[in-house]
Structures are given as C-alpha cells and as structure tokens.
Design a protein around this ligand. Structure first.
Ligand SMILES: [Zn+2]
Length: 76
C-alpha cells in the first residue's frame, strides 16, 4: 500500500487537532473550541458545518478510521 505524501502539511495557525487516516494523510481540525471544522488531506472531503470541537472531533476521527485515500495532487 502506498502511503500518502500528505502526512505533514503546513500546520494552519488555528489547528486544534491533527488525525491521520489509514494511509497517513493528515486530517486537520481547525477553528476554535466552539466553532470548528475538519478537512482531510487524503481525499479532500471536509465538514460542511461549523460545530463545537467535541462534535467535530468525533466526525473527524470516524472519517480518519475509514479513509484510505492518499491523493497526491489534491489542491487545498
Ligand atoms: Zn479522507
């Protein structure tokens, strides 16, 4: 299995939590404790709503646990 080159993208200033998907692509939660969202560097999927970090963390962790994308030329 080819690992993702997206394991350590530049950390945004408002990065709260970084997960990694099944092939090592970073999945970042950004924002504040009360208004956060997530973005997967492996497949480009992102949350559509701003939510509290506890809800965002749960959704991001679920995505990271199942995502096996390692896209190499995904524009952010
Ligand atoms: Zn993904």
């Amino acid at each position: 299995m080819k690992l993702s080159p997206q394991t350590a993208p530049v950390e945004p200033d408002n990065l709260l939590i970084r997960f990694h998907n099944q092939v090592g692509a970073a999945l970042d939660i950004t924002g504040t404790r009360t208004s956060s969202r997530w973005y997967c560097h492996g497949c480009g999927y992102r949350s559509t709503l701003l939510e509290g970090v506890l809800i965002t963390r749960q959704a991001a962790n679920s995505h990271a646990a199942t995502c096996r994308a390692a896209y190499h030329r995904l524009g952010a």
